[in-house]
Design a protein around this ligand. Structure first.
Ligand code: HPA
Length: 265
């Protein structure tokens, strides 16, 4: 794949025959796009307002290519708050996608399962989130309502694509925490009592930024492990990466079916 400058990348996006769908690949989810034909890529550090990622399992490129016959933009990895990034930088990739004219954004992540109906490897479409990862979050962006940022229409399209692909896609609420440490068992029980089905360290602020920008957004969690206290074994980042890699193929099938059936605009 050709590495290009950001201005060359922008020019390539502008020359596309239709607006691209954008994807953000979470920890270990690189293999999701195994069937995509990549055209060019730009490193995170070469994109205005971004820096290279520091977490293993995060590729650190924005790539352009064709996936299931449709133009696609893919962030291989993301920037997290726990890496020392300010929130403005964590959500910067969403602003880049809006500037590039993306039609919609599908966020993916690795998460800990809280709902006991989930096993490691389950996939969950986010219906809403608990954005409990920064102080007094409910005061931002200011007075007004805070509806779920996740697009109902995109959610329906993803659920339909999952059904056609014969892949189970659960629905649920994602609790966003700052990390980088995993939760204590008591914290997991508290999150469960508050209505969370899964917990992770990303996605919520990105989805909220998309909604602010008017960019339709959906998100799918890959349940990498049962959250602390629900599993007999201690959690590790390596275990998370392995479980996620095992379910990447199923997630890829959903997203390919979604792209094939997405109406042309
Ligand atoms: N907790 C928080 N984030 C995570 C987990 C978890 O158990 N698994 C993967 N990301």
């Amino acid at each position: 794949m050709t590495g290009v400058s950001y201005s060359e990348f922008t020019a390539a996006v502008q020359a596309l025959p239709e607006r691209p769908i954008a994807f953000v690949l979470g920890s270990g989810l690189g293999p999701v796009t195994a069937n995509m034909t990549f055209r060019c890529a730009v490193g995170f550090a070469d994109i205005p307002g971004m820096v290279a990622p520091t977490v293993s399992g995060h590729g650190g490129q924005l790539t352009l290519g064709e996936w299931a016959g449709r133009p696609a933009l893919v962030f291989t990895g993301r920037l997290h708050y726990y890496e020392g990034n300010p929130w403005a930088r964590v959500v910067r990739p969403m602003e880049v996608l809006a500037e590039l004219g993306a039609r919609a954004v599908i966020l993916t992540n690795a998460a800990g399962g809280i709902n006991t109906a989930f096993a490691a490897g389950s996939l969950m479409l986010l219906t809403d989130h608990l954005e409990w990862n920064h102080p007094r979050h409910w005061l931002s962006p200011g007075p007004g309502t805070r509806p779920s940022p996740y697009s109902l229409e995109l959610g329906q399209q993803l659920l339909a694509a999952a059904a056609v692909s014969d892949v189970q896609l659960h629905r649920g609420v994602y609790a966003a925490v700052t990390g980088p440490t995993y939760e204590t068992p008591a914290e997991v029980l508290a999150l469960k009592a508050c209505g969370a089905d899964a917990v992770g360290m990303s996605t919520a602020r990105e989805a909220s930024r998309c909604a602010e920008l008017g960019l339709p957004v959906a998100a799918i969690s890959c349940v990498a492990n049962l959250a602390a206290g629900l599993s007999p074994t201690p959690l590790s980042h390596r275990e998370v990466l392995e479980a996620v890699a095992a379910s990447a193929g199923r997630l890829g099938r959903i997203l390919e079916q979604f792209l094939v059936t997405l109406p042309k605009v």
